[in-house]
Design a protein around this ligand. Sequence first.
Ligand SMILES: Cc1ncc(COP(=O)(O)O)c(C=O)c1O
Length: 482
Amino acid sequence: MADKALTMDAVNPNIRDMEYAVRGPIVARATELEKELAKGANKPFTSVMKANIGDCHATGQTPITFIRQVLSLCAYPDMMDTCGFPEDVKERAKRLLGGCKGGSVGSYSASPGIDVIREDIAKYISDRDGIPSKPEDVMLCTGASDGIKTILAMLMTGKLGKERAGIMIPVPQYPLYSATLTEFNAYPIPYYLDEENHWGLDVKELKRAINEAKSNCVPRAICVINPGNPTGQVLTRQNIEDVIKFAKQEKLMILADEVYQHNIWGEGCQFFSFKKVLSEMGPEYNKMELASFMSASKGFMGECGARGGYAEVVNLLPDVKACLMKSISAKLCPPIIGQIVMDCITNPPKSGEPSYEKFKQEKDNVLALLKKKASMVTSLFNSIEGIKCNEVQGAMYAFPRIFLPPAAIEEAKKRNQTPDAFYCFQLLETTGICVVPGSGFGEKEGTYHFRITILPKIEEMTSALERFKEFHLAFLARYKSN
Ligand SMILES: Cc1ncc(COP(=O)(O)O)c(C=O)c1O
């Protein structure tokens, strides 16, 4: 120890204090359990179901053929004329390789990404919103996470104490936000989503949150996740307009996390991008600074490992935009493979092209199964005593509220765990189901939740939910009678 330069005391305290529940201690225990099972340990279950993270392929989702074929040809163009790939796949690979320096995916691209891909993304956004989008406003990133961190870094004040940047984040939230704010020593301004109102976003609450924070920081931006993670709500257009008006009043940049834009399940729910709404609100609003984020990891493709994503950043002052470009140039460029995946998603095969039918069928299949599981999970949870779950309107998670008996809460305290962490660990040890305690995402004092993904295969989900119900009722019975 004495000869080490980097002891825990010396580590950057902002990194030391960072927490990221989605890969936290419960997941470490789940991995240990898997190893114990592999060694033949006797457990009340035969496999561990990792429903803790939105990693689609890890839970068995089949890759989309078109994406993998284009990737294959781009990585190994020698297969172009030998492996019988469809013509549109070959054309796409040639076009993309034409955009790569030296015609190889092994070369760096420009820092904001390959030009033809930025053009395809801008066209996708224009078609989606009916509002023009410019390739110069699009930057590819290493997953949406990287884009979000890049923009948050731009917003820091570089000062301490009350002059720190304040960033408004939802609670519950995807912990990338809280972790990054800790890492950057920024001041989180939590605003609570309204569980009683479908996890909706209430402007009164936004005002309360910012007013309480103003004496502690310099508010710079508001982050909104739509569709929500972990809460699964889809914001109405009215809700989005209200947020934009609020941001304008408070002179905040908007960070719109729209990585689940293809994952809309609720009856009557529709995805509206912040860019569309803001642009349609007229001259008073359409020059506001906005960054919106999309990912290769979610939707129907679920290509998490490709680390693809993009940010569309609009209305920055020219010198600020130059500064942003400088900041990303220090990272060289996002992975070319991830950029190619983003291209296939935003410029999919069109009707009449050889890959269209298969692409459509595979995409529709994945989305239909997710939709089925979203409603299956909601109705099952709501049928169990001591659980209340808002409809999973979008995204890939349910975030049910669990009403725990006082004796269970006492027991958790004795074990130095939050009550929902105690519950989730017990669930894991009894059933092999790994979910994330609500406390990892933030929740209202005195309420307890967990987040479960809807990604595992439907048969696996069905049997896991049965085991879950049995566990939950036994847990209630045990602590009620204490
Ligand atoms: C709301 C939200 N934003 C961003 C991300 C990060 O995605 P990526 O894999 O593109 O970095 C996730 C991942 O789960 C997410 O849920």
